[in-house]
Write a protein that binds this ligand. Structure first.
Ligand code: PRP
Ligand code: ADE
Length: 175
């Protein structure tokens, strides 16, 4: 059975068929963001599981930013953005990747992390894993180490976890 927090979070996700293209069921987490009790429970639960184990929280644009900033604040840590190409102003590492509905490029500032920093990576959905794998590669190129990739929802049928190799992946919910 699901735990209380899993039930609460699951009740605040909604499926939108055929977005952004036919055949894709989009898992929309805006109802979760809009609910103070559910968002608070998710943020506190996530933070508690990584307290003392990480030095910084990375958020993947765009939905990962929201979760990463909240969890970083709860832990008293900083937050580093991994952004879509062309948005970060400083010197960057860049990586292209394929996702469930297209291709994209993401970047991180080359000086985002002190050497050896322990990183928690946050995002809403793990689908094909392309985005999370590219983010981990960037973080590692920038000299930091990924403690875990944490997502709210894993679409297990897309086997994104495989793309992440030996890295630790944790999902609050799996479909
Ligand atoms: C979504 C989601 C993840 C990614 C997962 O972001 O928030 O970042 O896709 O897909 P993958 O595992 O197949 O890579 P999207 O690229 O739609 O960008 P957005 O958050 O800016 O809308
Ligand atoms: N990112 C990639 N696939 C997705 C999906 N089906 N729903 C929400 N975000 C996604």
């Amino acid at each position: 059975g699901l735990t209380g927090i899993q039930q609460l979070v699951a009740s605040k996700l909604r499926d939108i068929p055929d977005f952004p293209q036919p055949g894709v069921v989009f898992r929309d987490f805006t109802p979760l963001l809009a609910d103070g009790a559910a968002l608070g429970a998710l943020v506190r639960d996530t933070a508690a599981r990584y307290a003392g184990r990480v030095d910084v929280v990375v958020g993947i644009e765009a939905r990962g930013f929201i979760l990463a900033a909240a969890v970083a604040y709860e832990l008293g840590l900083g937050m580093v953005p991994v952004r879509k190409a062309g948005k970060l102003p400083g010197k960057t590492y860049r990586q292209s990747y394929a996702l469930e509905y297209g291709t994209a490029e993401i970047e991180v500032h080359t000086d985002a992390f002190p050497p050896g920093q322990r990183v928690l990576v946050l995002d809403d959905v793990l689908a094909t894993g392309g985005t999370a794998e590219a983010a981990c590669s960037l973080i590692e190129r920038a000299g930091a180490s990924v403690v875990a990739v944490e997502v709210v929802l894993e679409l297990a049928f897309l086997e994104g976890r495989r793309r992440l190799g030996d890295r630790t992946v944790n999902a609050l919910l799996t479909v």
